[in-house]
Structures are given as C-alpha cells and as structure tokens.
Write a protein that binds this ligand. Structure first.
Ligand code: ADP
Length: 479
C-alpha cells in the first residue's frame, strides 16, 4: 500500500512537472506571437503614414513614417533570434532588405518634397515595397498564431490523455484497494461479529497483505489478553462468592455436626443399658450426618475449583436449595426465600457456573431486603413467544425452542430506571467502596451468554426486582 501510494504520488508529480513545462513553452510562444503582432502593427502604421503623406504631403507624416520604420528595424534586430523561430532566415533577410529599401525610398521624398513630378513617379514603387513588407510581416504574425494554435491543440490532447490515464489509474487503485483492503476489512467485520456472538475465538487472516496481517495479529493478541483478564475477573468474583458462601457453609455444617455430637453423647450415656439395635440406629444417624457434612464440604470444593465449561443434566431444585442455604448464612432470619421449582425439573447447564449465577442473584436480592423481605425463586419449562420483558441481554433472547425459565423475584428496594441499562456493565455498582465490586451481574450475564441463554430484568423502584433467565434445552436429551 505504501509503495502504491508513493508510485501514485511520483506519477502525479512527474505529470504535473511535465504540464508546467508545457505551459512555459506555451507562454514563450504567446510572447513571441505578441512580438510578431507588434511588428505587423508597426508595419501597418508605417503604411498608414505613407498613405497620409501621399494624400496630404505633410512633412509630419513623413517623419512619423521614418520613426515607425526605425521602430520596426530595431524590433527586428533585437528579436532576431526569436523571429528565426517563426520564419526562415532568408525570409527575415528579405524583410530586412525590403525595409531598408523602403526606408531609402521614403527618405528620398524628403529631399524631393517640392518636385511633384518626380514624387508621382516614385510613388508606385514605394507602394509596392510597402505592400511586400506588410505581406511578410503579416505572414510572420499569422504563422506564429497558427503555431500557438497547434501547441494549444497538442496541449489539450496531452491533458485529455493524462486525465484519461489518471481515471484508469484511479479505477485500478480502487480495485486493488477493494481487493486488498476493503474485502479483508469486510471479512474481518464478519469475523469480529462472530467473535462477539461467541461463534469463534480468533480472527483468521483474510489476506496476505503485511498491514492486514499485523492488524490481525494485534487484534488476536488483544483478544487473548481480554480473555486472560476476563478469566481473572471471573476468578476474583468467584472468590468473593466463596467468601459469601463460607459463612453459610459454616452455618450449614453446624447442623450435622451438632446432630453427630448429640448422637455421640446419647450413645456414651446409654452404651451400657441400650441394646445393639438402638446403638445401630444412633451409629447410622452419625453416618448419615457425616455424609451430609461431607456433601456440604464437597459442593464448596466443587464450587471453588476452576473447571472447563461443560454442560450436563442438572437437577435444579437441590442446587438452588443448597445455594440458598450457603448464601443465607449472613442474612436476617426474618426474610423468606420461597422455592417454586418442580422436584424433577432438570436443566442442561454447567452446574458450577449455574450455582455462581444463583449465588450472585440471590446475594443481590438478599442484600436489599428489609425486615419482611421475601424472595421467590421459580422455574418452569416453556416455549417462549418472544424475548422476555424488560431489559434483556444475551445471545438466546430471540430463541424460540424449548427453554427452562428461572425467575428470581424480590420485594426489595428495586432498581432505578436510569441505572437499569447499566447494571450488567463490569464494575458498575451503587454500593459503597468495599461492599461491591460491580462484577456480580456482569459475571451472571457472561455465564448465561456462555450457555446461549438470555437474562432479563424488570423492576419497579420500591416494589422489588425480578431477574429472569432462559436456558435453551435443545441438548437435554443428548447430555
Ligand atoms: P455489586 O453487587 O457488587 O454492586 P452487581 O453487578 O451484582 O455488583 O450489581 C450491580 C448493581 O445492580 C448493584 O450495585 C445494585 O445497585 C443493582 N442491583 C442488582 N441486583 C439488585 C436487586 N435485586 N435489587 C436492587 N438492586 C440491584
């Protein structure tokens, strides 16, 4: 491209210099033409005063005639080199000789002024000489005019040729640009759209042009960096969620531990008196509670481990129940969390990520609840006939196949309409420093989008907020 640019610049420069040269030639010709015309005008003046003299016999006319002859002779001597370009040397010499002859004849009149007879005798000869002088001067002037016209005509042809070549060059450059720049850019635009829609991960080179290749390399590098940063954001958000869940886990672990402790105490006290069957019941209870505690710890470990995205069939209700248990630990015992999820409802999703979605949404809902706060988590299978109401985001908002729709509704303070479009932006928070990073809903959106789903929010300030998630179920049978 750079080479092409320099080539075009060089062509334009050379063409411009050429035309400037041509214009100078034309200018020189016009000056020359002007000199030839001036000479012709002087010769006409000579003849005019000659005629006047013959008519009125005035000495003044004779003197003016002589002055004009001198002017013509001076002009011929001064511009001889120039006139040689218009007329051949012999013709110029002829003119010079004729003019000398004419001058001689005319000066003879001065001396013969009173001799009318002689004057009348010489008059025709002088007139003939004058005519010849006029003819040569006229010939020179018109020959120069013709030459100027010819130069102008060739200049016009050259200019038209140059315009035509430039037009061809512009068309050729346009084609090359469209082939090497516009087409690859269009392909890049399509690829970037595919990357935004999560259909591909990197840009492939649509041309072998060096500039395009380096743009692609820089873009892919940026995508890689973005991916690394996004993963690190997700990791830090998971750590925040783990913090939230830890207090809930401690709370949840308390129940099986105190059950185990109670069973152990009873066993210790009654070990002598009780029969084997009773002892077995207590031991079974201890075993069950140990298993329960182990499950709680395992699910926390599962949540904390970084795993590849993998969809599986997840039984929804226990997952939500467990998450609510983990998140509730720190919340007022007065708020009610109501589940309206069928026991057997399964969803095709990555369990760990789905749990992260619930942790973030339930935590947000719980945080704003007042004394008689209430959260309703409901889920159902459905065939949507349009995107969910409110502000909806995600690649699956227009999907029309079977989906599982999960809604999380609270009766907290709600979200002001002016911030509603921004709540899914990374780092957007209305909480005080140290209380929220503004990543919770961003991560929720990312995960829902990764599932090809859709998330929407509706809220009336003062009356709570409802988040709706739709997860496509096309792959349920295969998983
Ligand atoms: P953070 O919780 O760290 O502020 P989020 O991305 O989870 O970040 O939430 C962004 C903002 O959205 C919150 O600061 C809050 O203003 C608003 N928000 C989210 N969920 C709710 C909700 N259930 N009720 C009211 N406001 C909410």
């Amino acid at each position: 491209m750079t080479l092409g640019y320099y080539a075009v610049a060089a062509i334009i420069l050379v063409a411009s210099l050429f035309f400037v040269g041509e214009l100078r030639t034309l200018e020189a010709r016009v000056v020359l033409g002007q000199r030839a015309t001036d000479l012709f005008d002087t010769v006409l003046e000579i003849r005019r005063f000659e005629r006047n003299f013959f008519l009125h016999r005035q000495v003044a006319d004779l003197q003016e005639n002589a002055r004009q002859i001198n002017l013509a002779r001076d002009s011929m001597t001064a511009n001889r080199a120039d006139f040689l370009a218009i007329a051949p040397k012999a013709r110029l010499d002829d003119l010079q000789t004729l003019l000398n002859d004419y001058q001689r004849q005319m000066s003879a009149f001065a001396t013969l002024e009173s001799d009318g007879g002689k004057l009348a005798l010489m008059e025709p000869r002088v007139r003939t000489l004058g005519k010849e002088v006029v003819a040569i001067a006229q010939d020179m002037a018109s020959s120069e005019r013709r030459q100027i016209q010819a130069t102008l005509a060739s200049f016009r042809t050259l200019l038209l040729g140059a315009i035509f070549c430039m037009a061809l060059l512009i068309v050729a450059i346009g084609r090359v640009l469209s082939q090497r720049v516009v087409r690859p850019l269009k392909e890049m635009e399509v690829s970037v759209a595919a990357i935004s829609a999560n259909r591909r991960e990197t840009l492939s080179a649509p041309s072998d042009d060096r500039e395009i290749l380096s743009i692609i390399a820089a873009f892919n590098h940026m995508l890689k960096e973005l991916d690394i940063r996004q993963k690190s954001l997700m990791r830090s958000e998971r750590l925040v969620s783990l913090g939230t869940m830890l207090s809930g886990v401690a709370h949840e672990l308390n129940n099986p531990l105190s059950n185990i402790s109670t069973s152990c105490q009873i066993l210790q006290e009654e070990v002598e008196e009780s029969d084997h069957a009773t002892q077995k019941i207590y031991l079974q209870q201890i075993d069950q509670q140990t298993e329960r505690a182990r499950n709680i710890v395992r699910s926390l470990l599962d949540f904390s481990r970084e795993k590849e995205f993998r969809k599986e069939t997840v039984l929804l209700r226990p997952l939500v129940q467990q998450t609510v248990g983990f998140v509730r630990g720190e919340v007022s015992a007065k708020s009610v969390v109501q589940l309206d999820i069928p026991e057997d409802l399964v969803v095709a999703a990555d369990a760990q990520r789905l749990q992260q979605v619930f942790v973030n949404l339930i935590r947000n809902a719980l945080e704003g609840l007042g004394a008689d706060g209430r959260i309703v988590i409901a889920a159902q299978r459905m065939h949507p006939d349009g995107p969910p109401g409110g502000t909806a985001l995600g690649s699956g908002c227009e999907a029309d196949g079977e989906v599982v729709e999960i809604s999380i509704a609270d009766n907290g303070p709600g979200i002001a309409p002016e911030i509603l479009p921004r709540i899914f932006d990374p780092f957007f928070t209305t909480k005080d420093v140290g209380h929220g990073m503004g990543l919770g809903l961003f991560v929720v959106y990312e995960i829902v989008d990764e599932h090809g789903g859709c998330i929407a929010v509706e809220s009336t300030p003062g009356q709570g907020a409802t988040f709706r998630i739709r997860l496509p179920q096309a792959e349920t049978e295969e998983t």
